[in-house]
Design a binder for this molecule. Structure first.
Ligand code: ADP
Ligand code: MG
Length: 253
């Protein structure tokens, strides 16, 4: 059985996609078989592992709405051991198209059940909302990884996310756990960052990962080259820290 981790936070720009892409690539680099599921219509995780729009015939939309087998949709990436279920802008319609359908919350879970035996880890990059796409992800996952940006108002909105997690636990997926809370985009030159770290640690305690992702120019550049950081610049600080994070995730089982 694969360890299935949803990377979720309804706030945009907190580092969900960067974390999904790079944790997936680092786990693959460490020898694990990994499937990255892009369930954000923006498709940034898809392009982030080197898949060009023109190379996508079917995407996660076809799994959710057309009941296609995941096996038909999975593609290889530029990283050995790392496969992806891509997303395209077509997915933007799914949130509404799924509303009147039967078992709308469990469609991703059912699709992944058929392929999870092939992987050690499945990482799901969620969109910046708490709608049906994120609900599908939390229902399919056994754990949620929450990136929190080191900025003022860092904790704002997290109670809504935690409430959604509790609702999913109650009604759809009793096994869902918090895998961990990840501090991202730390600017070490400011005191604010340190304050936010303390505040988040006070709230989430031992759930906060030891690895803290710094603001790193190379991490910001890598997506435009369609490469995870471990491929784009393996010696960068960003690569080191995401590798540390992947090791912590491995340690959590
Ligand atoms: P989300 O998926 O939560 O919307 P992203 O991972 O797409 O967030 O990050 C938002 C933007 O910030 C992207 O342009 C990304 O390349 C950049 N970014 C993310 N993490 C870092 C980092 N640690 N250092 C520098 N830039 C980053
Ligand atoms: Mg994203």
């Amino acid at each position: 059985m694969a360890n299935i981790i949803a990377v979720a936070n309804q706030k945009g720009g907190v580092g969900k996609t960067t974390t999904s892409v790079n944790v997936s690539a680092c786990l693959a680099y460490l020898g694990k078989k990994v499937l990255l599921v892009d369930i954000d219509p923006q498709g940034n995780a898809t392009s982030g592992v080197g898949i060009a729009k023109g190379d996508i015939e079917h995407c996660v939309y076809n799994i959710l709405v057309d009941d296609r087998d995941a096996e038909e949709i999975i593609q290889e990436t530029i990283v050995e051991n790392l496969h992806v279920i891509p997303s395209t802008i077509q997915l933007a319609g799914a949130e509404i198209e799924l509303v009147p359908t039967i078992s709308r919350e469990v469609r991703l879970k059912r699709a992944l059940m058929k392929v999870e035996k092939n992987y050690d880890y499945i990482i799901i990059d969620c969109p910046p909302s708490l709608g049906l796409l994120t609900i599908n992800s939390l229902t399919a996952a056994n754990a949620v990884l929450i990136p929190v940006q080191c900025e003022y108002y860092a904790l704002e909105g997290l109670s809504q996310l935690l409430n959604t997690v509790r609702l999913v636990q109650k009604h759809l997926n009793v096994d869902l756990e918090i895998e961990g809370v990840l501090l991202t985009m730390l600017d070490a030159r400011t005191n604010l960052g340190i304050q936010v770290i303390e505040e988040v640690k006070k709230y989430f305690q031992e759930k906060v990962y030891r690895a803290i992702i710094p603001r790193n120019v190379r991490l910001g550049e890598a997506p435009s080259h369609g490469k995870p950081i471990i491929v784009y610049d393996p010696k960068s600080r960003g690569a080191e820290v995401y590798l540390d994070l992947a090791k912590e995730v491995l340690g959590n089982g």
